[in-house]
Design a protein around this ligand. Structure first.
Ligand SMILES: [Zn+2]
Length: 177
């Protein structure tokens, strides 16, 4: 990789406050994914960006056209070698299978972080703040997940009224009498 003489900043706290919060929530919310991946780079300065541009690794020159990395709103993801070796049998921090990346992207999306590969058609490691506020969990979310896991409810229509028929069905499924 070109531009090796630039130190990669992997510090979450150097990201924008919103992106930092999103990444932290993501790490806390999906530890299984984070056992497989790490942040290869977060914040990047103009000189580093320009170096990547000159070597053909980015289309943004860092001065006239800024990368989201320069704003702390993007992270590049890499996978732990042991994980890729185990799942794909190759010695790399970048899996070849698109499903592996998609698995991370589906997880990231829940925390307001977007995988840009489907948009750009290149640069698989790049994830950025989707521009929306930090997703909030509802106060009843834990109870909903519990009831779904128990098979008592399908978890749909959280704000609808409960009919008498649905109450009977719920009591019967709860099976505590
Ligand atoms: Zn990137």
């Amino acid at each position: 990789m070109a531009c090796k003489y630039f130190t990669k900043n992997r510090n979450i706290n150097d990201l924008s406050p919103r992106m930092a919060k999103k990444v932290k929530l993501w790490q806390k919310g999906d530890p299984d994914v984070w056992k497989a991946i790490f942040i290869d780079i977060g914040l990047r300065n103009a000189e580093h960006q320009n170096c990547l541009f000159r070597h053909g690794f980015s289309q943004l020159d860092g001065y006239k056209y800024l990368s989201k990395h320069q704003l702390g709103e993007a992270i590049d993801i890499a996978f732990r070698k042991a994980f890729v070796r185990k799942t794909e049998g190759i010695d790399s921090i970048y899996p070849e299978k698109k499903e592996t990346w998609q698995w991370v992207a589906d997880s990231a999306q829940k925390y307001g972080i977007k995988w840009m590969y489907p948009v750009w058609g290149w640069d698989r490691p790049h994830f950025e703040d989707d521009g929306n506020p930090i997703p909030q969990k509802n106060w009843w979310e834990k109870a909903r997940e519990w009831a779904m896991a128990k098979g008592i409810t399908n978890g749909e229509r959280p704000h609808d009224h409960l009919t008498r028929a649905e109450l009977w069905e719920t009591l019967k499924k709860s099976n505590f009498l």
